[in-house]
Write a protein that binds this ligand. Structure first.
Ligand code: DGL
Length: 262
């Protein structure tokens, strides 16, 4: 079983930010990445629709013999992971906004969270926020048009940057010292965020934590691939433009990107 692949899915290309962390930490694993770009963004869909799409992606992952699934999407995790865990046998790793480390590191007791509407309105996010940021002022902002810009490849366009700058105003006004990126697409706009936000704001995302958690679950379940042979990475996207997703992961070796209907 340890030779079977780890499968990740996301509403599109964003979860490749998690794939990079996973490949770094687990170079001998085979990975399959399912980019459901056709249905992006998930963040504006109802919880029922998000569950339905997550089930579709999970069934496809199982057809590839997944030994573990990484839900590389905050929106799908916060809305669908408990459903998936109760309906499927294999281990699932999810990703949630990193409220806990931000809240415990904040000196001014004011942090920001930039995430999709689907994540910020989910029960799981509210619970996590109440548990770990009780005494902290949490400024939540719904990211508008960011997923579309990362999917479409226009994150450096002037129009996008000026809209992004407007969206960041509440963070500047509330004088936060930590900004949590609550969507796996957002690490792809970190250079823009660094230019637009005051220098003292630390930006954090959950990518490395997810990779560490995946390794520990593989070990615990005795399904870590110990073959010492560099793993294969297969990316499947359900849109025509395969070059865009390939360009987001220029450093990954042994990789193929294929269009597939799903
Ligand atoms: N990348 C996803 C997330 O982490 C989904 C964004 C979306 O499709 O709205 O939330």
């Amino acid at each position: 079983m340890s030779q079977q692949p780890i499968v990740l899915f996301d509403s599109g290309v964003g979860g490749t930010s998690i794939l990079k962390e996973l490949v770094d930490l687990l170079p001998y694993e085979d990975f399959i990445y399912l980019a459901d770009s056709k249905n992006a963004p998930y963040g504006e869909k109802s919880p029922e629709e998000i569950i339905q799409l997550s089930v579709k992606n999970t069934d496809l992952a199982l057809s590839y013999n997944a030994k573990l699934i990484v839900v590389a999407c905050n929106t799908a995790t916060t809305n669908a992971i408990s459903y998936l865990r109760s309906h499927y046998q294999l281990p699932f790793i999810g990703i949630e906004p990193a409220i806990k480390p931000a809240a415990s590191s904040s000196e001014v007791k004011r942090i920001g969270v930039l995430a999709t509407e689907g994540t910020l309105s989910s029960e799981l996010f509210k619970k996590t926020s109440q548990t770990y940021a009780k005494d902290i002022n949490v400024k939540e902002v719904v990211g508008r048009g960011i997923v579309e810009a990362v999917e479409g490849g226009w994150t450096t366009d002037e129009k996008f940057i000026s809209e992004l700058s407007e969206q960041l105003k509440p963070f500047k006004d509330s004088e936060i010292d930590y900004l949590v990126l609550g969507c796996t697409h957002y690490p792809y706009i970190i250079p823009q965020l660094k230019i637009l936000l005051p220098e003292h704001i630390t930006i954090i995302d959950s990518g490395f934590a997810v990779a560490k958690q995946t390794k520990s679950v593989l070990k615990k379940n005795k399904i870590l691939n110990t073959s010492r042979k560099k793993g294969l990475i297969r990316i499947f996207t359900n849109i025509e433009n395969t070059a865009h997703i390939r360009n987001l992961v220029p450093d990954l070796e042994n990789i193929s990107v294929t269009k597939k209907e799903f």
